[in-house]
Ligand binder design. Structure first.
Ligand SMILES: [Fe+2]
Length: 334
């Protein structure tokens, strides 16, 4: 009996010893990642190397994940949500599912790249551009404003990928800047004028091949292709609308901690790392060609500096993806 008890005690002790690493493994976080997979992998790798906290990435799209998080509610296995664009973050925020971001993380990012609410934070950014075929359009023939593309003179001459979260984010900015009537009118004209492609890379390929004069996409598709072979962008020029135009919209990629997270300390630490020097350096030196947004952080030197893009002032917390989908559906674009 005595022997059995001590064996039991020994077993318990052994279990206790095993509990050490088991607890450490339990500090791991699950990230619902709608950002580019390669970028998120670099972030996860760097964070784990520095902190020992394991990161499990589940990859998907902005809209799918935001809807999934809302459906899962408090039962969501996600600790962190990362997106390409702000509207998906705003959707989760409106459902009350984010915990406030730690103040020292918010302090690492300028006000322009975070929502007024502090419920999530900008982790990267991307600029809207008009990618055009340099043989088909000379600089003085470029649209002055994104709104110009509703003019009948642009009929059959421009392209977009309306089903993607990227383009929908641009429309959400127009909605906030110009209001519902103007946006609905522009979308109606877009339906008349534009050609639909699936995916922004496909839009750029079509522009490059001269199938179409130009397309509304984000800047990094061009730089990513240039860094590889340039085969899909050799004939492409990038036009930045500037002048606070809706077409100069800079979309903030977001990161947030779910209120239901059981590893909120680790999740907050992840956001702090991503917005800090380690995470922002990945944007400068890696292959995402997205803009760094951290205070004092530099973007890839190949990019046109973010500070000179004259982006319109938009509060990313109020970008309304539901309304955009309604308006685009009414216009026959979705
Ligand atoms: Fe994209």
């Amino acid at each position: 009996m005595k022997i059995a008890l001590s064996t039991l005690a020994g077993a318990a002790l052994a279990l206790g010893l095993i509990a050490g690493p088991a607890v450490a493994a339990d500090r791991g976080i699950v990230v619902y990642n709608a950002q580019h997979e390669s970028l998120a992998k670099e972030w996860a790798k760097g964070f784990t190397k520095e902190t020992g906290i394991k990161v499990t990435l589940r990859n998907g799209g902005d809209s799918d994940f935001s809807n999934q998080i809302v459906a899962e509610g408090a039962a969501s296995p996600a600790d962190v949500f990362l997106t390409e664009n702000s509207p998906a973050m705003a959707l989760v925020e409106a459902a009350g599912l984010f915990a406030p971001v730690d103040a020292d993380t918010l302090a690492q990012v300028p006000q322009d790249y975070q929502p007024s609410s502090g419920k999530w934070v900008g982790v990267a950014a991307r600029s809207t551009v008009f990618a055009y075929n340099k043989d088909k359009l000379k600089e003085d023939q470029l649209p002055k404003s994104l709104l110009d593309l509703s003019d009948p003179s642009w009929k059959g001459r421009w392209a977009a990928s309306p089903s993607g979260a990227d383009f929908q984010a641009i429309v959400s900015a127009m909605l906030q800047l110009k209001g519902e009537a103007a946006t609905a009118g522009w979308l109606k004209a877009m339906k008349e004028n534009y050609t639909a492609y699936k995916g922004n890379s496909t839009v750029m390929k079509a522009v490059n091949a001269g199938e179409i004069d130009g397309g509304v996409i984000y800047h990094y598709y061009y730089f990513g292709d240039q860094a590889k072979t340039g085969e899909n962008s050799g004939n492409v020029g990038l036009h930045y609308f500037k002048n606070q135009d809706p077409g100069a919209f800079v979309s903030v990629s977001g990161g947030g901690v779910l209120a239901s997270s059981k590893h909120s300390k680790e999740a907050q630490a992840f956001l702090k790392w991503v917005t800090g020097k380690g995470g922002q350096d990945v944007l400068k030196t890696g292959t995402s060609y997205e803009y760094a947004v951290g205070k004092g952080a530099e973007s890839n030197p190949k990019l046109v500096p973010l500070a000179g893009l004259q982006a319109p002032k938009v509060d990313p917390a109020t970008l309304n993806s539901k309304k955009v989908i309604d308006l685009m559906t009414q216009a026959g674009l979705l």
